[in-house]
Ligand binder design. Structure first.
Ligand code: AMP
Length: 398
């Protein structure tokens, strides 16, 4: 089976053609600079082939057409015709309260995604453009929308409600939604499989990448998560501040004569470890400079580890204990130093890391000692596979 997985951003579009049963990726790539000029990078993992092409992409429609063209290209392609694609799965940022699971794309689904634009103003329009471009390029091909927020819809009201006047919840739907849900679902599901299918587990998932979020999972269901109405909330990230006192925003806006939108842009794009380190938003660069003695970089890493640790503590309290701690995404999968800093001092919770095992990178492994009460895992995330599996399952029922 061939599922085309699409992740459409405002000026970029990532794709993977994959088998949902084996997880094998036949081809993958990226369209960049949509709306400017247009550039396609296409890779075929089996042969290590990489093709880069400048192709005009005034809109997402031309980007999808370029993807279709390269997939069936006699030289660089991997399939003979578009008919070999069974279905398309789309990553969609915001499903609001309407989507608790993935759904087949039809007019009602598209309208619901459109209705969520006020909640995801940057991403949902781009996600819709990706869906509509696929409809034009492959009329009649089944498409499925997979929402970043859906996994978190099992949170109880005490976790998702904000303590602000109720009308903002009832009229405007302002509440915690949470993001990276497809990753949290994939990783917690995999953790349960690896722990002999024991569903009762109390799990804290740490998705630590350029964007970072944690979730508290019990019985396979999300109980709480660190991102909120938007991905700005929670721990500090590459360029996002994470949780701050709202008065900080008010102070800066008053001082600089800044609009709310500009201030939010600053908190989303110019803050986080980028701001603290003064060097980079990339954790590898920050670790390199910290190792050379840069104190700002050391503080950025210390702050990040400290805030993640605080969330682990609070989620253990919320869950009434902790059985498994799972690290995933770029930093979580690869940085043994960061994992060690986060786990340092969590012995009271029953977390004991094996320093040697913790040296590993990017593979599925237990990094705790055999006598650690909490099993600490590194589980590489695979959001594309989760999207492909949901798509295959929904299309299989048609
Ligand atoms: P993601 O958003 O999941 O792709 O993660 C990207 C982040 O992971 C970037 O900040 C990278 O610097 C970080 N990362 C990737 N590999 C490593 C590594 N070996 N050590 C530290 N950070 C890493």
């Amino acid at each position: 089976m061939n599922i085309l997985v699409i992740n459409a951003g405002s000026s970029s579009l990532k794709y993977q053609l994959m088998d949902p049963n084996t997880g094998d990726v036949t081809a993958k790539g990226l369209c960049e600079r949509i709306g400017l000029d247009g550039r396609l990078t296409h890779k075929v993992p089996a042969t290590d082939k990489k093709v880069e092409k400048d192709i005009p992409m005034p809109t997402h429609k031309e980007a999808i057409e370029a993807v279709m063209a390269i997939l069936v290209d006699p030289v660089d392609g991997v399939i003979k015709t578009v008919d070999e694609i069974d279905a398309v799965g789309h990553r969609v940022l915001h499903g609001g309260v309407k989507f608790v699971e993935s759904c087949l794309v039809d007019e009602a689904c598209k309208q619901a995604i459109r209705d969520c634009i006020p909640l995801g103003p940057l991403h949902n329009p781009a996600n819709l453009m990706g869906i509509e471009a696929c409809e034009k390029a492959m009329p009649g091909k089944p498409q499925v929308a997979v929402f970043d927020t859906a996994f978190h819809m099992t949170m109880p009201p005490k976790a998702y409600r904000y303590a602000i006047p109720t009308k903002y919840y009832t009229e405007d739907h302002l509440r915690r939604y949470g993001f990276h849900g497809t990753s949290h679902r994939f990783v917690s599901k995999r953790c349960i499989e690896l722990m002999d299918g024991n569903k009762d587990l109390k799990i804290v998932v740490c998705h630590l990448g350029n964007g970072s979020s944690l979730s508290a999972v019990k019985d396979g269901k999300c109980q709480d998560t660190s991102m909120g109405l938007s991905p700005l909330a929670g721990v500090p990230m590459g360029t996002r501040s994470g949780d701050i006192d709202a008065c900080v925003a008010q102070y800066i806006m008053n001082k600089e004569g800044m609009s709310a939108d500009d201030c939010l842009n600053m908190l989303n794009k110019k803050s986080g470890v980028l701001a603290l380190s003064g060097v980079s938003s990339d954790f590898r660069d920050i670790e390199t400079e910290a190792n050379k003695g840069n104190e700002d970089c050391a503080l950025a890493l210390e702050k990040f580890a400290y805030e993640v640790k605080k969330y682990i503590g609070s989620y253990s309290a919320a869950l009434g204990g902790l059985d498994c701690l799972v690290f995933t995404a770029g930093v979580g999968e690869n940085s043994g130093t960061m994992r060690a800093s986060i786990c340092e001092g969590l012995e009271y919770l029953g977390v004991k890391i094996d320093a040697e095992k913790n040296n590993m990178r990017g593979e599925e492994a237990i990094i705790s000692t055999p006598d650690s009460k909490v099993t600490v895992w590194v589980i590489p995330t695979n959001e594309e596979l989760m999207i492909a599996q949901d798509t295959a399952e929904i299309v299989g029922k048609l």
